[in-house]
Design a protein. Structure first.
Length: 127
């Protein structure tokens, strides 16, 4: 596997991957994990909803400071934001000779993979 320097917006990461496209997909995955719930999040929300009163209301509270628009405090990790292009290079960040891909194209491909994996998981549970 090659080492790729992937950057977009405020996101930067070094990724080991078979190709630049796979490195871009992994980078989008890392960014999307910051904002989308995972199975662990869903399990904890379900448990808290069951333990609360009978109103059946689930409150999804962001980490402290985010609800009021405040910046994250010391020790917390800011959310990475992608821009319109994902830039990938095997030689370093901010290179003029990097490969570029439209972010929405990579996000769409990532979304297809996530939906496919979700369908596979459902099939395994019910089949």
């Amino acid at each position: 596997m090659a080492k790729f320097y992937v950057q977009s917006g405020t996101f930067r990461s070094v990724v080991a991957a078979d190709s630049a496209r796979k490195a871009a997909l992994w980078a989008v995955h890392q960014v999307m994990q910051q904002v989308l719930p995972t199975d662990e999040d869903n399990d904890s929300l379900s448990a808290s909803a069951t333990n609360e009163n009978s109103s059946n209301t689930i409150t999804n509270r962001p980490p402290s400071g985010e609800a009021s628009g405040q910046r994250p405090g010391p020790g917390s990790t800011p959310v990475a934001v992608l821009d319109g292009r994902v830039r990938i290079s095997e030689r370093g960040y901010d290179r003029n000779d990097c490969a570029e891909m439209p972010t929405m194209e990579v996000v769409a491909e990532w979304n297809q993979m996530v939906l496919t994996l979700d369908r596979l998981q459902q099939m395994m549970r019910h089949g």
